[in-house]
Design a protein around this ligand. Structure first.
Ligand SMILES: [Zn+2]
Length: 318
């Protein structure tokens, strides 16, 4: 295998084309017999971008679900312990990050959210009280989008949020059209790709006989995956599960990082974490090892998703 830095940035570039189904090139460029000289990995175009994203759910899920004091306390751990630990770690390594914040968290724990903004991180929308919007009607979903966008903008000093992530990654068929219409630049709720950004497709019509795929709109998708999410690994649901060893999760997360670095030049690896999950001592130590390893790989940059998407849009237009 060639030196990681010797991989040609232009071959099979992950951001060369929108990655939605049906739009991939029929013929993939063949790899060169010998690696070409690498283009410089300047700050404008890192070889690989690592996006650390945190869903700062606080107690919103428990309140919306009418759960009891224990469940609320588990969420409150994220506010009391998780976020301060995360902010200290990010500051120590000078790593920018993105926090998806329900409106309920922003107005219930304003000091926590102000600390995130004060440290230079991005705020993005994540529902009002972590509702499953697929269970709501359109009017209710529109209301939540508008109200939460306003609350997050206010928490960010008047700056409208660029990003949206659906609570539970649960979407109604209409959701991403509403998100685009509301003025968001990107969404991060779909698992249709791994390291490539793409425009969200609208107007799909699905039937058992045949599905007809719609056309891309303006909204940019930053893909996610359950395996790069701390929650299913670490946090038991009612009745058990979860509580994996941090070393097991580290193995998966580092393998994804190294694969993307070797095979997806220009790509983005997006990790999804929750302060009440990753904020536990053994897990924040794992996150620190991940940051250290990523920094040692040539051409890796950490970036907020709004900056990553803006760079992608500058290349792809729109
Ligand atoms: Zn969430």
């Amino acid at each position: 295998m060639p030196e990681p830095g010797a991989w040609p940035l232009a071959v099979a570039s992950t951001d060369a084309a929108d990655g939605g189904a049906g739009s991939r090139p029929a013929v993939r460029p063949r790899p060169s017999p010998r690696p070409r000289a690498a283009a410089p990995d300047g700050p404008e175009r890192p070889r690989l971008t690592v996006a650390l994203t945190f869903d700062h759910d606080g107690i919103s899920t428990s309140v919306e679900g009418d759960l009891g004091p224990f469940d609320r306390s588990r969420g409150e751990f994220g506010v009391r312990v998780g976020v301060p630990r995360i902010l200290e770690l990010l500051a120590r390594y000078d790593v920018p990050a993105t926090f998806f914040v329900p409106g309920h968290t922003a107005v219930t724990f304003p000091h926590s959210v102000a600390a995130i903004v004060g440290a230079g991180h991005e705020l993005a929308c994540h529902g009002w009280a972590h509702e499953d919007v697929a269970l709501l009607d359109e009017a209710a979903e529109r209301g939540i989008l508008a109200r939460s966008r306003e609350a997050i903008a206010a928490a960010a000093g008047g700056l409208a949020p660029a990003g949206y992530r659906a609570p539970y990654w649960s979407l109604a068929e209409r959701t991403l059209a509403l998100v685009e219409e509301a003025g968001f630049v990107y969404d991060s709720s779909l698992a249709w790709d791994d390291y490539r950004l793409a425009r969200v497709r609208h107007g799909d019509v699905h039937a058992v006989e045949r599905s007809m795929l719609g056309a891309p709109g303006r909204l940019v998708e930053v893909p996610i995956s359950h395996q790069l999410d701390d929650w299913p690994h670490f946090e038991p649901a009612r009745g058990g599960g979860g509580a994996a060893a941090p070393s097991a999760v580290e193995e998966i997360w580092l393998a994804e990082l190294r694969y993307a670095h070797a095979h997806a030049p220009g790509g983005v690896v997006t990790y999804t974490m929750h302060p009440e999950g990753i904020g536990r001592g053994s897990r924040i130590a794992m996150l620190e090892r991940l940051i250290v390893t990523a920094r040692e790989l040539p051409g890796v940059a950490f970036a907020r998703l709004d900056a990553t998407v803006a760079r992608w849009v500058a290349v792809h237009g729109g």
